[in-house]
Ligand binder design. Structure first.
Ligand code: NDP
Ligand code: 13P
Length: 308
C-alpha cells in the first residue's frame, strides 16, 4: 500500500532514499533545515520518518521532533553513520532517548549514494529490537534494485557503518601513497579485527561485524573513490590539508569526527585501536601519511588472532 513518508535531511543520502521510496510508489516529504517548511507539518500523518542528517545535526533535530511529538506507533528510521562528539552516542541512541515510546530502526549497509542513484543494484540492513518495525521498513524500502535484510542487532549494525568510515580514510591514504593491493588488504582485514574489538565492547555482536553492515560496508567504502571518507585519506596522502580536502569534497565525511570520538572511547575503555589511532594522529597533523604507515608496520610482532 502506498504511504506518505518523511525524510529528514535533503543531502546526498536523504535524496537517494527518497528516490528509492518514490520508485516503490510512496509519496515523500523531503525536509531540509534550509527549506522554508514547517517540521511539524512535514511530520504530521507519516507512519515512518527517516532521518538522513549528519550526526552533528541529530541531537538538535531529535529534540525538535520530541517537542512536536509523533503519533503513536510512528517508526523512526536512522540512516546516519556517526558518533556524537558530546555524548559518544550513535544516532539511533539519540533518537531512542528522545522518542522512548517509538520503534527505532537502524538502516546501514554498503550503500554509496551515487551508485544507487545511477540505478545500480545494492543491498542493505534494517535492524531493530522490534522485529515488526524492521519488517515494515524492509517491505516499504525493498525493490528489484535495493535488497533489504532485517537484523536483530541494531547497535552492531550501526557501529559497523560508523566505524568503517575511519578505516576508509586509512584506505584512501594507502591508495594515495600507492602502497598496493597487499597493503590495503592487510589494512582492511586488521581494521575489521580492530573495529570488531571496539564494537563488541560497545555492545555489538561479533557476527554482525562480518555481515553486510560491517565487512560489506568496509569493502565498499575502502575500495571506492565515490566514498567521501576514502577521498579525505587519498587527498591527505597527496599532500592536501584536511581543511582543503573537506572543502573540496563539499559533503559530509563522518570519519573525521568519528576518529576523534573513537580516540576518546579507546582511551576511556583502554582498547587497542592502532589503525584508528594513526588516523586520529594524521588528521591532527601529528604524523605524516608515511609516518603513519611506518608506525603500523613497526608495531611489536604478535600472533594473528582474526576477529579479536
Ligand atoms: N552519501 C552516502 O553514500 C551515504 C551517507 N550515509 C550517511 O548519511 C548521513 C548524511 O550523509 P549525506 O547525505 O551523504 O551528507 P551530505 O553532506 O550530502 O548531507 C548532509 C545532510 O545533513 C544535514 N545536516 C548537516 N548538519 C546539520 C545540522 N546541524 N542540522 C540539521 N541538518 C544537518 C544537511 O542539511 P543541509 O543540507 O541543510 O546542510 C544534509 O541534509 C551521514 O551520516 C552519512 O554517513 C549513509 C549511507 C550512505
Ligand atoms: O556510507 C557510505 C557507503 O556505505 C558512504 O560513504 P562515505 O560517507 O565515505 O561517502
Amino acid at each position: 500500500m502506498p504511504l506518505t513518508l518523511t525524510i529528514l535531511g535533503a543531502g546526498a543520502w536523504g535524496t537517494v532514499l527518497s528516490f528509492l521510496l518514490e520508485h516503490n510508489g510512496h509519496k515523500i516529504r523531503l525536509w531540509s533545515r534550509r527549506h522554508d517548511q514547517s517540521l511539524a507539518a512535514t511530520l504530521e500523518g507519516c507512519p515512518i520518518i527517516v532521518s538522513a542528517v549528519s550526526i552533528k545535526g541529530v541531537p538538535a533535530l531529535a529534540r525538535q521532533v520530541r517537542q512536536i511529538g509523533l503519533a503513536p506507533g510512528t517508526i523512526l528510521v536512522s540512516a546516519t553513520k556517526g558518533l556524537d562528539g558530546e555524548t559518544t552516542c550513535l544516532a539511533s541512541q539519540i533518537w531512542q532517548e528522545n522518542l522512548p515510546e517509538h520503534p527505532v530502526v537502524v538502516l546501514s549497509g554498503p550503500n554509496l549514494a551515487k551508485e544507487i542513484k545511477a540505478g545500480l543494484p545494492a543491498a542493505t540492513v534494517v535492524a531493530s529490537h522490534q522485529p515488526d518495525a524492521a519488517q515494515t521498513v524492509q517491505q516499504v524500502l525493498a525493490s528489484e534494485r535495493f535488497r533489504v535484510y532485517t537484523h536483530h542487532d541494531p547497535l552492531g549494525t550501526e557501529l559497523g557503518g560508523t566505524l568503517k568510515n575511519v578505516v576508509a580514510i586509512a584506505a584512501g591514504v594507502s591508495d594515495g601513497l600507492e602502497l598496493g593491493t597487499n597493503a590495503k588488504s592487510a589494512l582492511i582485514t586488521r581494521a575489521l579485527s580492530e573495529f570488531t574489538r571496539v564494537g563488541t565492547v560497545l555492545g555489538g555482536k561479533t557476527e554482525t561485524f562480518f555481515g553486510l553492515s560491517g565487512l560489506g560496508d568496509l569493502l565498499a567504502t575502502c575500495n571506492s573513490p565515490l566514498s567521501r571518507n576514502y577521498q579525505v585519506g587519498f587527498r591527505l596522502a597527496q599532500g592536501q590539508s584536511l581543511e582543503t580536502a573537506l572543502a573540496e569534497i563539499g559533503e559530509t565525511a563522518e570519519g573525521v569526527n568519528t576518529a576523534n570520538v573513537l580516540f576518546d572511547i579507546a582511551q576511556q575503555k583502554n582498547i587497542s585501536m592502532p589503525i584508528a589511532h594513526q588516523v586520529y594522529l594524521l588528521i591532527h597533523k601529528k604524523v605524516t601519511p608515511s609516518q603513519a604507515v611506518e608506525a603500523l608496520m613497526e608495531r611489536e610482532l604478535k600472533p594473528e588472532t582474526p576477529g579479536a
